[in-house]
Design a protein around this ligand. Structure first.
Ligand SMILES: [Zn+2]
Length: 350
């Protein structure tokens, strides 16, 4: 499978935080041929293991979940009220089509409606609509009809735009944060499949990052790694109106190395090791400017007695919105850097 097709399959899969099973099954199928074992823990983390010469474990992490919503009420006219799962910008939620997954696994369509501007006052038009006043129109005219369609309290849904290549080497999809990271891990496993690995390597696909680094917390405890790398689709902000010093990453400049975000100050030893590896392999890279966002590395590095952890990210524009974009050359260079890290682990760090 071409890397772009893997990205497409993963971005289009349904995987709102806590409801990652569709993504998990795709990842299980895609990574199984390249590892020794695959397990799923009680909470839904998928961990694929490859034995290496050294029993100490290098943990590679990417999170399976995407930001979405959950049904919190269906009113007697059949309109659905909802709460966010993960961080959304309320200003850009209204006016989109959604895909909702019912309890029996069916997908239903809906629309996040808003009152037409014609009937609003000037004051109402000037203000964003708070999320607790928004609703989803699923085509029902009563609570019973919504129920007949399969829509119930607790159902997850998300705004779904299909993955597309909008220009040569430039793609858009709904969930590049963090299916880009998931795809980097699968590609890395594939490219290293016929090589002996120096360290035992865990490819860990975490649930629930967007609701508080939850899956990585338990996965890291169980895996008990000596070294870890979180792979993210992170904030690309090279766009009009944003000052350069406020652009966490820029597209087309290679994978981003984190030095510090809100969840971790990365050990300088780890940053230096990644820089050296990138330089030695002719891989372009940039820094993710401190201290925007949080990552699974925040949870992993605080596990047990502490785990030396780094973060490599694929810059993605417009994350936590209905669409995101990335450049395939950044994605490819992230794979090359992560594969180089695994191949030469522990990179003088242990
Ligand atoms: Zn993420």
């Amino acid at each position: 499978m071409q890397p772009i097709e893997l990205l497409r399959e993963l971005s289009d899969a349904f995987g709102v935080s806590g409801f990652e099973d569709e993504v998990r099954e795709i990842l299980r199928a895609r990574i199984s041929p390249f590892v020794d074992s695959v397990t799923v823990d009680a909470l839904g983390n998928l961990v694929a293991m490859r034995k290496g010469k050294d029993d100490r474990v290098l943990m590679l992490d990417a999170h399976m979940d995407e930001v979405g919503f959950i049904v919190k009420w269906v009113d007697d006219k059949g309109y659905v009220r909802f709460a966010p799962l993960g961080g959304w910008d309320e200003r850009i939620v209204a006016g989109h089509r959604v895909v909702l997954r019912t309890r029996d696994g069916r997908k239903r369509l809906g629309v996040i409606g808003s009152a037409p501007p014609h009937i609003l006052t000037a004051e109402e038009r000037a203000k964003p609509i708070p999320m607790d006043r928004m609703f989803v129109d699923v085509g029902a005219t009563s609570r019973q009809e919504a129920s007949d369609l399969g829509v119930e309290i607790g159902d997850p849904f998300t705004i779904h735009y299909p993955f597309s290549e909008i220009a040569d080497g430039y793609v858009t999809g709904k969930a590049l944060d963090d299916r880009a990271g998931c795809a980097v891990l699968v590609e890395t496993a594939q490219r290293l499949a016929d090589q002996k690995l120096p360290m035992t390597t865990a490819f860990s696909f975490a649930f629930g990052e967007e609701v508080g680094l939850r899956g990585a917390t338990t996965a890291a405890f169980h895996i008990d790694p000596s070294l870890a790398l979180a792979v993210e689709g992170t904030i690309g902000a090279d766009m009009p109106g944003i000052a350069e010093e406020s652009q966490p990453t820029r597209l087309g400049r290679g994978p981003a190395l984190s030095v510090a975000d809100r969840s971790i100050v990365v050990s300088p030893k780890v940053v230096r090791a990644l820089e050296k590896l990138a330089d030695g392999n002719g891989i372009p890279y940039q820094y993710k400017l401190p201290t925007y966002g949080s990552t699974d590395a925040g949870a992993i590095h605080l596990t047990r007695g502490g785990v030396l952890s780094g973060i490599v990210s694929v810059p993605c524009r417009f994350i936590h919105s209905p669409v995101s974009t990335l450049r395939l050359n950044d994605f490819e260079n992230a794979i090359r850097l992560v594969a180089a890290f695994v191949r030469s682990a522990p990179n003088g760090l242990l």
